[in-house]
Design a protein around this ligand. Structure first.
Ligand code: F0G
Length: 465
């Protein structure tokens, strides 16, 4: 697989042994030591003010199809400018323009969360809602770059192992080009919303009788034997695209760094990407200080949390991650052997962030609270608010600080979880207080006879409550 990155100054480097590569192997592992690869930006002077101005100008570009006919090239240029990913293309590995597959991803809202702010005792609390991407999750920002790289390299098939969102995103981007997609998902452990997406977008969808980690193992073997392009987040193009969420966030905050950014941790690609963006932005003086990046896991799927806690200040080089059998109702992050844990540990340390774990009841409660803001998210995203509460209780996050939660998936991704929660049918693991608090937010639908009187009665009862 050839890339022309070297010509443009973008380099691929192994995160462990530092070996440079210009053409990665099919499994995106270092051919010398087997560890992960990362892109290194060209060592040119970046002019922060000029970059900001270019990015702002692109955001305002229009197609104006009615006023004048745009040529194909001009139209695709405008499409790139309007994408909340390609708008920042100076910091992305270059892809020939005609090969870019975009769905107008990124450009996601930054919402204030006033009720959650009051409940957590934080002065300024925001949500960067990556669930507002075209397929309803943050995966689109990385997928547009990595799927485009596959397209540019002439691949016919792309593939991923997934807990549901990567597969939905991959299937959509493959469908927008002439590529076919192969999805490996754990049987019975992904939400219907996500499964239905990959079916409708035309993926060849295999539900394997194993978990996410089992799907990953099989896919890694497959890509070594077949010319299939791997689109999991070990693919460094994915990480580069996902960086843009942090760049766009800082642009929305007028380049003033928040004190904390809090993300969910599953396979740990997203935290690595956001951390990489923060470090690069500091380096090129787009920001003048680093936010602390904290990572939250579900208690039943917490291999990273455990490892970081055991390691303390210990050396990264001596670290090994012990895989576990993961179990959580936040199926998106039901992962026992996260691929990008070393990258994540580096950015955690570089930014001075923390790692936390939260119970099932805390996740369900936090999800309902984010819903009460009129925003909502999927369960895996809600670990951020649950984690913030723990970080507040420990004194790591202070009352006067500005905190941004990264919400990774849309509420409609997993309606079963939501309905079961409100009907009181969700098994809520946690201590008694956590379970009681979560139950306090349940709003089961009321089934009534088709008559005005009972409707009036419940309305009046609700007014009195
Ligand atoms: N939130 C959601 C909604 C996710 O879908 C995922 C991962 C994460 C958080 C965790 O991000 O893996 O980068 O640490 N979903 C993957 C998938 C694994 O296959 O859709 P991470």
């Amino acid at each position: 697989m050839k890339t022309d990155q070297a010509a443009t100054g973008f380099r691929l480097r192994c995160i462990a042994c530092g070996a440079s590569l210009d053409s990665p192997a099919q499994d995106f592992r270092c051919t010398a030591c087997g560890d992960l690869l990362e892109f290194i930006l060209p060592e040119r002077g970046y002019d922060a003010a000029a970059l900001r101005a270019t990015w702002t100008k692109r955001r305002g570009s229009r197609n104006g199809l009615r006023r004048r006919r745009l040529g194909k090239a001009e139209f695709s240029q405008n499409e790139l400018d309007q994408s909340g990913v390609w708008r920042f293309r100076e910091l992305l590995p270059p892809i020939p323009e005609g090969r870019v597959i975009t769905l107008g991803e990124g450009n996601t809202p930054l919402y204030r969360l006033p009720r959650c702010a009051r409940a957590t005792g934080v002065a300024n609390l925001f949500a960067k809602h990556q669930g507002m991407n075209p397929t309803g999750s943050f995966k689109d920002t990385g997928m547009t770059v990595a799927a485009s790289a596959a397209h540019a390299a002439g691949f016919r098939w792309v593939a991923c192992a997934s807990t549901g969102n990567t597969s939905a995103s991959m299937a959509a981007y493959a469908a927008r080009s002439d590529m076919r997609s192969l999805v490996l998902i754990p049987e019975g452990k992904i939400s219907w919303g996500k499964l239905s997406q990959s079916l409708d977008y035309g993926a060849l969808t295999c539900q394997l009788r194993t978990d996410f980690d089992g799907c990953t193992r099989i896919l890694n073997e497959l890509v070594r034997q077949k010319p299939v392009y791997l689109l999991n987040s070990v693919n460094p193009f994915r990480i580069e695209g996902q960086k843009t969420a942090a760049i766009e966030l800082l642009e929305q905050l007028d380049w003033e760094a928040p004190d904390h950014i809090i993300v969910p941790g599953g396979n740990l690609g997203n935290s690595s990407a956001i951390g990489k963006a923060l470090l690069e932005m500091l380096d090129m003086k787009l920001i003048s200080r680093l936010p602390r990046l904290s990572i939250i896991q579900a208690e039943g799927a917490n291999p990273f949390y455990r490892r970081v806690r055991e390691l303390g200040e210990g050396k990264l080089e001596s670290a090994r991650l012990k895989p576990m059998k993961a179990e959580t109702l936040a199926t998106a992050i039901r992962i026992g052997s996260p691929a990008s844990w070393k990258k994540a540990l580096r950015v955690l340390r570089a930014t001075g962030g923390e790692v936390e774990q939260v119970s099932e009841a805390e996740i369900a409660e936090a999800k309902a609270e984010i819903g009460m803001e009129g925003i909502g998210c999927e369960p895996a995203s809600a670990v951020t608010l649950a984690g913030l509460k723990r970080l507040r209780a420990r004194g790591f996050v202070k009352a006067n600080e500005l905190v941004v939660l990264v919400l990774t998936g849309h509420l409609l991704k997993d309606p079963d979880f939501t309905i079961q929660f409100h009907r009181g049918q969700l098994p809520l693991g946690g201590d008694e207080t956590e379970i009681r608090q979560a139950k306090g937010l349940q709003r089961a639908p009321v089934v009534l006879d088709a008559d005005l009187r009972p409707v009036m009665a419940v309305l009046e009862a609700a007014e009195r409550a």
